[in-house]
Design a protein around this ligand. Structure first.
Ligand code: GUN
Ligand code: FE
Length: 463
């Protein structure tokens, strides 16, 4: 049934265009597609004879607003089972000590089913309407993850992970098995016949894949026009190992394999060199910025504004469980933290450390603001996953992926200030922006009271 959401609405059109409607509407048709957006539903409707008059009208109260769903461009579903563990270790040690042994357990389909059900439930609860998931090397359990997303109504890209070298004996594939299982996975996903959940080709990273495997995966992606995801330039030790193995830059390795495309998202890109950024731009490859993980695993500072200035699309990723939070709202805050800390490094005379040599780039650096971070978490993510024709913001013809945020419920409080005389004097725009700020800086999943994907409400009220 068609539905119209009436009330306060926010979304973005680009990094610099944040749009708000204080008395707005989003009209959704019976197929879950957006039929109209703007201020003043009655006026729009009176000029729109083809829109059904019996559409359900959902009127938000004055402490609620509607926003696009959050997009997680990089999350390892199996790692939710170890979230919070080993985060005092650097990347390679954390992978060997915790991650590979855990992921190897996903040959057990019952265990996988139990974990993946919770993963999809909790990401939806946190407002993630679209996730780009890594599964494990195990094809069958990764298919369970995809089915769970279909079942619960989440939009998702799901990848069977491929690793055929430099991995522990208990968690490594033969080249041919990795490729065959990936082909079967793509076929099995086709049979699911889901509009929302699609396969993505997933070489784990250049360290754990031979060039032969990566090339075959690149060919497969090209033949079937598939999405691709992997990791790049996360930690210095990792990069050194890649250079030792392939004797060229990290990005060049992937490009040689045909893995850099306009449907590729690479996680991290913390230490990308100038020529590597050029390769990303030329091929249309995007970046999943994972600030929590970059801090937790001591990988480094990623200057996302540098990537964006160089023409690279960027979205946000939780990188659970390198990141310690499943929430993209938390990733927004962590991206803001990193961006502000970068400003300090670029401009401050840090006591005990000194000051970087003055240069114009450093002097002119302005950190991300919360509106830009919301863009990264929504439309930026859709662009990074090459799904911006489908979702990411409220545009006629796109599918309706959205959250209703309620700023009157815990952990936010309304102390009656909204009714005070001075508050009443503020413009409706300022009031709405203050509500958005409260949600972004202080709120959490309890303030996300409803979640919609393709027009269908998917957040359950109790867990
Ligand atoms: N690089 C290769 N595998 C992984 C992983 O599981 N997590 C992170 N953060 N980096 C990786
Ligand atoms: Fe990762």
């Amino acid at each position: 049934m068609a539905k119209v959401f009436v009330g306060q609405i926010i979304h973005t059109k680009s990094l610099k265009e944040f749009v708000l409607y204080t008395n707005g509407f989003v009209a959704v048709d019976k197929n879950g597609k957006i039929a109209g957006v703007g201020e003043n539903y009655n006026l729009w409707f009176s000029n729109k004879p083809d829109y059904p008059p019996n559409a359900e009208v959902i009127t938000l109260n004055k402490e609620q607003f509607l926003m696009p769903g959050l997009i997680d461009c990089h999350i390892h579903a199996p790692q939710v089972a170890q979230i919070g563990l080993g985060l005092d270790m650097p990347l390679m040690e954390w992978l060997n000590t915790y991650t590979f042994p855990l992921e190897a357990k996903f040959t057990d389909q019952d265990f996988a089913a139990k974990v993946y059900k919770k993963v999809v439930e909790t990401t939806i609860k946190s407002g993630t309407t679209l996730a780009s998931y890594f599964g494990t090397n195990n094809k069958d359990s990764t298919l369970i993850l995809a089915k769970e997303a279909v079942e619960q109504g989440q939009r998702a890209l799901v990848g069977k992970v491929c690793s055929n070298c430099n991995s522990p004996d208990f968690y490594v594939e033969e080249t041919i098995d990795s490729l065959d299982a990936t082909k079967e996975f793509v076929n099995d996903m086709d049979k699911l016949n889901s509009n929302l959940v699609k396969p993505t080709i997933t070489p784990r990273f250049a360290i754990s894949c031979t060039m032969e495997l990566m090339k075959s995966l690149g060919d497969l992606a090209k033949t079937h026009n598939l999405h691709i995801q992997s990791h790049i330039s996360e930690s210095v030790a990792e990069i050194d190992f890649v250079k030792e193995l392939f004797t060229c830059s990290y990005a060049q390795v992937y490009d040689n394999a045909g893995l850099l495309t306009n449907k590729t998202v690479m996680a991290h890109a913390v230490h990308l060199e100038e020529e590597e950024m050029l390769l990303f731009k030329k091929t249309g490859t995007s970046v999943a910025h994972c600030p929590a993980s970059n801090t937790m695993l001591s990988s480094g500072f990623c200057d996302v504004l540098r990537l964006i200035k160089n023409g690279i699309k960027v979205g946000l990723g939780t990188d659970v469980s390198g990141g310690n939070s499943i929430s993209i709202q938390d990733a927004i805050l962590r991206a803001l933290d990193v961006s502000h800390h970068l400003e300090f490094i670029k401009k401050q005379d840090i006591k005990g450390c000194g000051k970087l040599p003055a240069n114009t780039d450093n002097a002119q650096y302005t950190p991300l603001d919360y509106k830009q971070a919301i863009y990264l978490a929504t439309l930026g993510g859709a662009e990074a996953l090459a799904l911006d024709a489908v979702c990411g913001n409220f545009v006629k013809g796109k599918e309706f992926d959205a959250l209703i945020v309620d700023t009157s419920v815990y952990p936010l409080h309304n102390f009656g200030l909204y009714n005070a005389e001075d508050y009443a004097k503020k413009s409706d725009e300022v009031k709405l922006l203050e509500m958005v700020q409260k949600f972004i800086y202080v709120g959490d999943d309890r303030n996300i009271v409803k979640v919609y994907v393709a027009g269908k409400q998917i957040k359950a009220t109790t867990y």
